[in-house]
Write a protein that binds this ligand. Structure first.
Ligand code: AMP
Length: 301
């Protein structure tokens, strides 16, 4: 049963389909001194997304959640067509988490001239996800820049789940005139997990029951690496070996990478020194499902 207050709230959720309309709503709100928090997503929302929306709602007057399955960040043989979509369900989640607006542009609205010009961020996109998915981060940077143009956020919220993506977006904002025109602050929030540690992801619906159960090994391997670092192990090859040996317990899992790197550069540091943060990152396939996860380990002073 939906209570009358829930119905009232649901009625208040505004759906916006065009960049022009989005801009005029946000600009009018800002003129009244309101702040705008935005949460870019590809929909099929789960509690990870909801945590970002809740934080945005705590700190902002307007909370705009974009739902756009961005074709340019998928490679030719990836899952763009079958990516899960359920707008009705998403609207309820946005509403309950405190969103005020949902921005649901069409592909034509986002790319009126096709995807002819793209944004490329150097330095951080050549490795890991960028190596496995060569056009992925150009697609991400391009769409996020376009979304920022439409939503003109005061603060934009992202999940640590996609750690490399957060570095790309931070760099994009730092190096873009957008950042000086609109104040775009980036806030990154922790990864929300299932009880067994599996990072919540829209793609988890692809997993069979067996794969779903076995997928928790990824977080177990990250924990094994993090525990070793916390016990004072400073040899990153040994930390990586510990993660690999945990992952090897599941022969059906195809490991793409399981690395321990400097969290600032995503490359092996010259030395592990107090004050730095090590990022442990894993990408692996179970059946046809590709999963990524990471943990950050600060090295004690
Ligand atoms: P997506 O819809 O997968 O593009 O994700 C939209 C945003 O939600 C991104 O900033 C993700 O990093 C974030 N996100 C996805 N999964 C999680 C999670 N398990 N915990 C926290 N944030 C997440």
């Amino acid at each position: 049963m939906i209570s009358s207050s829930e119905m009232q709230e649901k009625r208040d959720l505004v759906t916006v389909e065009t960049v022009d309309e989005m801009q005029s709503i946000v600009r009018a709100a800002k003129q009244q001194g309101h702040t705008v928090g935005c949460v870019p997503t590809m929909g099929y929302l789960h509690d990870g997304h909801a945590s970002l929306i809740r934080r945005a709602a705590e700190n902002n007057d307007l909370v705009v959640v974009s739902i756009f399955v961005n074709p340019t960040q998928f490679g030719p043989n990836e899952d763009f067509e079958r990516y899960p979509r359920d707008l009705e369900r998403d609207l309820n989640i946005v509403n309950q988490a405190g969103g005020t607006h949902v921005f649901v542009p069409s592909v034509k609205e986002m790319y009126p001239n096709g995807a002819r010009s793209t944004i490329h961020i150097d330095g951080i996109t050549e490795v890991l996800e960028g190596a496995a998915r060569p056009t992925h981060f150009d697609g991400v940077a391009t769409v996020v820049s376009r979304l920022f143009e439409a939503m003109e956020p005061t603060v934009a919220y992202f999940g640590q789940k996609d750690y490399q993506q957060t570095l790309v977006i931070r760099r994009m904002v730092e190096s873009s005139p957008l950042a000086s025109v609109h104040v775009v602050a980036i806030e990154v929030l922790p990864t929300m997990r299932e009880e067994d540690g599996l990072a919540r992801s829209s793609r988890n619906v692809y997993l069979s029951d067996t794969d779903r159960r076995d997928a928790s090994i990824i977080y177990a391997a990250l924990r094994a690496g993090a525990d070793l670092l916390a016990r004072g192990e400073h040899s990153l090859p040994r930390v990586e070996a510990a993660m690999h040996s945990r992952l090897c317990e599941l022969p059906r899992l195809t490991v793409e990478y399981a690395v321990a790197v400097d969290a600032a550069t995503l490359r092996p540091p010259a030395a592990v020194v107090p004050g730095m943060t090590i990022a442990l990152l894993i990408a692996a396939r179970l059946g046809s499902t590709r999963l990524i996860d990471n943990v950050l380990v600060p090295i004690d002073l």
